[in-house]
Design a protein around this ligand. Structure first.
Ligand SMILES: Cc1cc2nc3c(=O)[nH]c(=O)nc-3n(C[C@H](O)[C@H](O)[C@H](O)COP(=O)(O)O)c2cc1C
Length: 372
């Protein structure tokens, strides 16, 4: 199975850091649904965590059930990243990840994120200091990982050489998003280029990232590039059950822990299946509950109002469900609105048994209880 330094993971599928999304409630939700090898926090500013700002404390929060989790930090070579990495260890991180790919101005203009790809010698010097501090602080127990893009632009692809140097500097795993910084999210992720990074390192695992939107994409990316696992971001926001499906697809393809997977074929086939509409609505309900338990209540209601349109993308025509969540005054009325849908879906033979995928674009219009 996939290991990050001394840390053994149960799955080759990782939940990406996604600013604005990978809060504790969402990480717990994905884990409960299954298949998450490791989950990362949103990117955290090294100075902000050391100053204990309330926003970064919320983003760094963890709880039982959120294991193993990686804290992702960003900063420039002159920022206190080694100190912030030690702080992360003291606050439960099983992995410390350094962001070397964020293209957003707020981060890159401060010479962090993707800007680290433009001056590799300074970046490596920074990495030396972080790895030394983490080793000292944790007695070699906690691995440091890096998440990179291919390079700043097409004319400055640095990922293969940088990954090799990061390995030499003691980085335990490199995740590569197969786009350049200037590409942002345009075009397709370059899986060939991810393969070049895999070929460049000697021993450490490389995680492929970019455009895994269904379980079979995970298998294809591993086969195409030789990467040790995949990281999923955007598709997870609309389908948090995708980790379980992708993990199962990987095992069914013989790319997991082969000895036990063969005997468990039925189990993995069930895990690989698309959830029914009923199961998807139950997931939304659970997400609301986790937000209520782990986030500030008013913020949680606002968050779910925004999130529901993402879920809608994997559920077809559920306009009135989305509307009732968007217009709910608070979490309690949101929960009550979703409960009505759960009751309806449990009693509707099609919604409770038919996998969404087999319906094509989504549930038929007449499955919407608001349409009579
Ligand atoms: C809204 C949003 C926020 C993101 N935030 C982060 C972040 O905090 N740290 C990071 O390393 N990457 C971040 N990313 C990039 C993703 O982790 C991932 O590399 C990228 O979306 C490609 O993967 P995907 O095709 O599975 O979405 C973000 C992406 C999106 C869309």
């Amino acid at each position: 199975m996939l290991s990050i330094g001394p840390l053994q993971l149960q799955s080759r599928v990782l939940l990406a850091p996604i600013a604005g999304h990978t809060d504790l409630a969402f990480r717990l939700l994905c884990r409960e649904l299954g298949g998450v090898g490791c989950a990362y926090t949103d990117l955290l500013n090294s100075r902000a965590v050391l100053a204990g700002t309330s926003k970064s404390m919320v983003l760094a929060a963890t709880a039982p059930g959120d294991e193993p989790f990686g804290m992702q930090l960003y900063g420039a070579p002159h920022d206190p990243l080694p100190e912030a990495a030690c702080w992360a260890i003291d606050h439960g991180a099983a992995v410390v990840d350094i962001n070397m790919g964020c293209p957003v101005d707020k981060v890159a203009k401060k010479n962090g994120g993707s800007l680290l790809l433009r001056d590799c010698p300074s970046t490596l010097e920074l990495v030396d200091r972080i790895v030394a501090a983490v080793d000292r602080h944790s007695g070699g127990r906690i691995p440091v990982t890096a998440k990179v893009r291919l390079g700043w632009d097409e004319d400055s692809i640095v990922a293969p050489a940088l990954a090799r140097d990061l390995e030499a500097a003691g980085i335990a795993l490199v995740t590569v998003h197969g786009r350049t910084t200037v590409q942002r999210f345009k075009g397709c992720a370059n899986w060939d280029a991810i393969g070049e990074v895999v070929a460049a390192v000697r021993r450490i695992p490389v995680i492929g990232n970019g455009d895994v939107v269904g379980p079979d994409d995970a298998v294809r990316l591993i086969r195409h590039s030789g990467c040790a696992g995949v990281m999923i971001a955007r598709a997870a926001i609309r389908a948090p059950w995708l980790f379980r499906q992708a993990d199962a697809a990987i095992r069914l393809a013989g790319l997991g822990d082969a000895s036990s997977d063969v005997n468990d074929r039925h189990r993995w086939e069930a895990a690989r299946a698309e959830p029914t509409l009923h199961e998807k609505i139950l997931t939304i309900r659970r997400h609301i509950d986790l937000c209520a338990n782990h986030l500030d209540v008013r913020g949680a209601a606002e968050l779910m109002r925004q999130r529901i349109s993402w879920y809608g993308k994997s559920m077809g025509h559920v306009k009135s469900l989305k509307e009732s969540i968007r217009t709910a005054a608070d979490l309690e009325s949101m929960q009550a609105a979703v409960d009505e849908w759960i009751e309806w879906a449990a009693s509707d033979p099609e919604a409770s048994t038919t996998p969404m995928a087999s319906r094509g674009a989504g549930p038929r219009r007449d499955l919407d209880p608001s349409v009579s």
